[in-house]
Design a protein around this ligand. Structure first.
Ligand SMILES: Cc1cc2nc3c(=O)[nH]c(=O)nc-3n(C[C@H](O)[C@H](O)[C@H](O)COP(=O)(O)OP(=O)(O)OC[C@H]3O[C@@H](n4cnc5c(N)ncnc54)[C@H](O)[C@@H]3O)c2cc1C
Length: 387
């Protein structure tokens, strides 16, 4: 009997960890990760802010974060290779105003019920604990005291690749261009270099995953949305500083000898970003800097060192990932649409993909809420905590 062959389209963190997880779950066939650009110049993973939080509005996202935190905090032990991703567990401090109070309180109860360690802070306690912060307009803040922080996504990706390669996973440099199907199954992946026959196919193509889905006639509601990250310096001690989310959605966190910061553009200034990786410098001047300077007065004296832009693989339907079998073919699995939280959720998602293939069902975290069925049925599961 010939060995089964599983192909993963996309070698970013979702694809690389899925390949490794498949081996961990006992997949004994061939595994090939098809990646068009091994330098990962434009991959979301390489351009991400690489932070992890347990503060979400949907329980499945909290569970994925808790799983991810355990994995990342002991990444060498998790992957079985020497890895240093520089995990900093300084927490997320998320500010809320009167308008968002009821939803935030509800989410806090749910997060705690899932096992997340999140504190509630009113304005006086907030001012005492974080004296560099202005509490103007803040009705409530939440602070994750465990399992939240940031790390180096590039080192994580390299470690995941090494672990997968050590487990006999092949990383193939090729651009996938289509599927060949027969009798309700995909039988081969088309690439510029020819067809690659396979038995399982995973769409982990990130911001390009809707293009892949279209080969089977599915209009997946995942689109590339540009997000700019600014590297700044300011006279502020970053040692114990958390990742800060302002009520406006602006964020900043320590990075090396300074900080990184960003804010999403307004909806009507957020078009499909295919091919556009030009940092949006106007966003800093017009939106981000005034907000940050008002919230953290020391930032009035900041200096921008550099900026880069990457793409969120945004799920326009409800800002949640799309994971699991798709009806287009019986041997086709989706793992995309993570809308700004795909690195932190990659360990749990990858485990789920592996469990589906090897056991035919989820065993660790029930990822059924992320299935494409909700989209087909027109029943969104909105994730409001996206930035
Ligand atoms: C500015 C920014 C900040 C972010 N901050 C965070 C954060 O703090 N925390 C967090 O968890 N997430 C964050 N994210 C989101 C996170 O980066 C993504 O959700 C995650 O990297 C998705 O991983 P992926 O493997 O699916 O995609 P990618 O890393 O983009 O990998 C997909 C790969 O598929 C390849 N590919 C695509 N099409 C084809 C094809 N046809 N043939 C072959 N290869 C193909 C691409 O070359 C690419 O390498 C951020 C993203 C951005 C842009």
């Amino acid at each position: 009997m010939t060995r089964e062959h599983l192909l993963i389209i996309g070698g970013g963190i979702i694809g690389a960890l899925s390949a490794w997880s498949l081996r961990q779950e006992g997949f004994a066939g061939r595994i090939s990760v098809i990646e068009r650009d091994p330098t990962y110049r434009f991959a979301s993973t390489a351009l991400s802010a690489a932070s992890i939080r347990t503060q979400f509005a949907c329980p499945v996202n909290v569970e994925l974060s808790l799983f991810g935190a355990q994995f990342l905090k002991n990444v060498s032990g998790s992957l079985g290779v020497e890895a240093d991703i520089g995990f900093v567990e300084n927490g997320y401090l998320i500010l809320g105003d009167e308008r968002t109070l009821p939803a935030r309180e509800q989410a806090l109860d749910m997060q705690r019920a899932c096992g997340a360690a999140v504190e509630r802070l009113e304005a006086p306690a907030l001012a005492e604990r974080f004296p560099w912060l202005s509490t103007d307009g803040v009705a409530m803040a939440t602070f994750g005291t465990r399992d939240e922080g940031w790390f180096d996504a590039w080192s994580l990706l390299q470690a995941a690749k090494s672990a997968a390669q050590a487990a006999d996973v092949a990383f193939v440099r090729a651009e996938a261009t289509g599927f060949t199907t027969r009798g309700g199954r995909i039988v081969a992946l088309e690439t510029a270099g020819g067809e690659i026959a396979g038995d399982w196919f995973v769409n982990a193509a990130g911001a390009a995953s809707a293009r892949v889905a279209r080969w089977l006639g599915r209009d997946l509601p995942v689109r590339a949305r540009k997000r700019t990250v600014f590297h700044i310096k300011a006279p502020l001690d970053s040692e114990r500083m958390p990742m800060l989310f302002d009520v406006s959605g602006a964020w900043m966190r320590p990075e090396r000898d300074g900080f990184i910061a960003g804010i999403a553009p307004l909806d009507d200034c957020d078009p499909d970003a295919d091919g556009d990786f030009e940092p949006d410098h106007a966003l800093f001047e017009e939106a981000l800097w005034p907000i940050l300077a008002a919230r953290v007065p020391a930032l009035e004296e900041l200096r921008v060192q550099s900026a880069w832009a990457g793409h969120y693989e945004m799920c326009l339907f409800d800002h949640n990932g799309i994971v699991g079998f798709a009806p287009e073919a019986e041997n086709y699995i989706l793992a995309t649409g993570f809308s700004g939280h795909g690195v932190m959720h990659a360990p749990g998602v990858a485990r789920g993909v592996a469990e589906l293939v090897v056991h035919g069902a989820y065993r660790s975290i029930d990822l059924a809420p992320l299935g494409i069925e909700r989209i087909i049925a027109g029943r969104p599961m909105p994730e409001s905590a996206i930035y």
